[in-house]
Design a protein around this ligand. Structure first.
Ligand code: NAG
Ligand code: NAG
Ligand code: NAG
Ligand code: NAG
Length: 513
């Protein structure tokens, strides 16, 4: 349906809400239900339309290169020229039931030669996007969405190609400690020499363990579990300034941390995310990971919680260096609300859900306070450093912008999704809808969607001409799923999950489901 229809339904809904107070509750509820349900369907379809527009631009001007440059209708290969946008888009096309696109992608995947590339490979990025996309596609197409594949051989190829890719990458773990190098030169089996980072080491375990379980080759699991063991028992002791919260850089020769800085920020972020997700994946094998998540979560609440001076009602999480706090956060870090909510649900601990909802509210504020209604890449709330031209923003909204880009990132909508799944409060569906409408209004350009330079000026301050692959994998998936009907792959409402999402939003079937 068109947007106009939605506006009309929205108008009806506000009429309903404005009914006199003496309308019986059941009647008001019936009205509300009748008009809200189609609105969610319309919203879900509108997100599918955005997905198809993005895919069409990519397919026409960039496929099978990694990404579309929508302004100039050209392409680039920032992820080793294996077709990153295609592989990353697969599972979103699946959950949206876009059968034609699903088959375009799975016809293509068997043709990728993962042993060849002319550019440096990031073990982390390759794992979360390519390996994650193919493994999740395999879980869907051998499971509840099997009907969407026209050719069964293409489905088997998803697992085969995952093994080919992992076998190609696995030499990265061949270090004295077992902590891998992240930067790989495949043609010479070269490595970047380190150090490696907390997120890049600690965000491999879900993908490689799932691959081990699907393929029966336990080597994939033992490689990543060995690497992760250094993150679960950090040394030296000074690299863990509070229990569970650790440093950022790790030496692959010794497995030791090289610093004590970090937080839930880029470079560290998805290490914490995966601690609880491994427990969701297999509670029997990964209870130690759960325990480490609980330590990190409790230390975060106790030591990193920060309320901006002019807006004490808002909660942000500070970054740290040792025990010194830095009052900065990022769009990337806004996944933290969702991760606390997930942890609270699976552990049955309301305090983590409540804290997560506070964080979601803080990140929402970074969206609704800007000219474009999109949140910035980096923001701060240090009262001693407010730039004079942002004093008004800081006074009213509790933060100022330190990097004004928007790079088509998902984390804020991702956390709205977890908030909605935990509370069933339609407010979060509205927030996600408002966000995607704002993103659509400002970043849609040429043949697709582009990163923008300044969320705090009307029109976004110019385009970077780059449509990221995670736009397909993450932004559009979360924006869709929060409006979509119940399905077994939706995050559980009661803390029971049949699927768990990797950090690129590719859902994996949990062990034993
Ligand atoms: C299992 O995976 C390892 C690591 O990639 C690889 O070296 C080995 O050949 C694989 N084994 C089989 C039987 O495929
Ligand atoms: C923390 O702050 C104190 C006081 O400003 C300073 O002496 C110390 O070097 C800082 N520590 C780190 C790790 O930056
Ligand atoms: C912001 O608040 C401070 C402290 O209350 C005040 O001195 C300043 O004039 C305010 N600035 C603006 C632009 O609102
Ligand atoms: C996105 O923008 C297009 C073009 O303006 C419009 O037709 C469509 O309804 C918009 N979709 C959303 C979700 O805002």
């Amino acid at each position: 349906m068109t947007r106009l229809t939605f506006v009309a339904l929205g108008a009806l809904l506000s009429v309903t809400l404005a009914l006199p107070r003496n309308v019986p509750a059941e009647l008001a509820f019936a009205h509300k239900k009748r008009y809200e349900a189609p609105a969610a369907v319309d919203r879900a379809q509108a997100v599918i339309d955005v997905f198809r527009t993005s895919w069409d631009g990519y397919f026409q001007f960039a496929f099978p290169h990694d990404e579309l440059h929508p302004v100039t209708n050209t392409f680039s290969d920032s992820r080793n020229a294996w077709g990153a946008s295609a592989v990353d888009a697969l599972t979103t096309a699946l959950v949206m039931s876009q059968k034609d696109i699903v088959n375009q992608i799975i016809d293509y995947i068997p043709t990728i030669d993962y042993t060849k590339t002319s550019t440096e490979v990031s073990l982390f990025e390759t794992t979360i996007r390519y390996l994650g996309g193919m493994i999740s596609g395999y879980d869907f197409l051998t499971g509840p969405l099997a009907d969407l594949a026209d050719n069964k051989a293409n489905v088997e190829a998803l697992l085969k190609q995952s093994q080919n890719l992992a076998n190609t990458l696995s030499y990265a773990f061949d270090t004295p400690s077992g902590v891998p190098y992240n930067g790989l030169t495949l043609s010479t089996r070269g490595v970047d020499g380190g150090p490696n980072g907390l997120a890049t080491v600690g965000t491999l375990v879900l993908e490689w363990v799932r691959l081990a379980d699907l393929s029966g080759n336990s080597t994939y699991a033992s490689l990543v579990e060995k690497a992760e063991s250094y993150l679960l028992a950090p040394s030296p002791a000074s690299s863990e300034p509070w229990p569970g919260l650790v440093g950022m850089d790790i030496d692959p020769v010794t497995g030791a941390f090289l610093d004590a800085r970090g937080g839930w920020v880029g470079g560290a972020d998805s290490f914490y995310e995966y601690l609880i997700k491994m427990y969701v994946y297999d509670p029997e094998r990964y209870s130690l990971y759960r325990d480490r998540w609980i330590l990190a979560a409790d230390s975060t609440i106790a030591h990193l919680t920060s309320h901006p001076v002019p807006r004490p009602d808002l909660t942000f999480v500070a970054a740290y260096n040792g025990r010194n706090l830095s009052l900065n956060s990022q769009h990337l870090a806004c996944f933290d609300g969702g991760n606390f909510i997930l942890g609270g649900q699976v552990l049955g601990e309301q305090k983590y859900i409540d804290y997560g909802l506070e964080l979601v509210n803080g990140c929402h504020e970074t969206y609704i306070s800007t000219a474009t209604k999109i949140g910035p890449e980096i923001f701060s709330w240090d009262p001693a450093r407010v730039p004079s031209d942002q004093q008004a923003l800081y006074n009213t909204s509790g933060f100022y912008v330190t990097n004004s880009d928007y790079n088509l990132r998902p984390e804020v909508i991702e956390s709205y999704y977890y908030a909605y799944r935990a509370t069933s409060d339609p407010k979060y569906q509205d927030w996600a809808w408002d966000a995607i409408v704002a993103i659509n209004a400002t970043t849609r350009v040429g043949s697709g969607y582009s990163n923008i330079n300044n969320v705090n000026v009307e029109g976004g301050g110019g385009f970077g001409d780059f449509q990221e692959s995670f736009w397909f994998a993450e932004v559009l998936k979360y924006a869709y799923l929060i409006q979509a009907p119940e399905a077994e792959w939706q995050v559980g409402k009661e803390g029971k999950n049949a699927w768990v999402f990797n950090t690129e939003a590719h859902p994996f079937k949990v062990k034993g489901a």
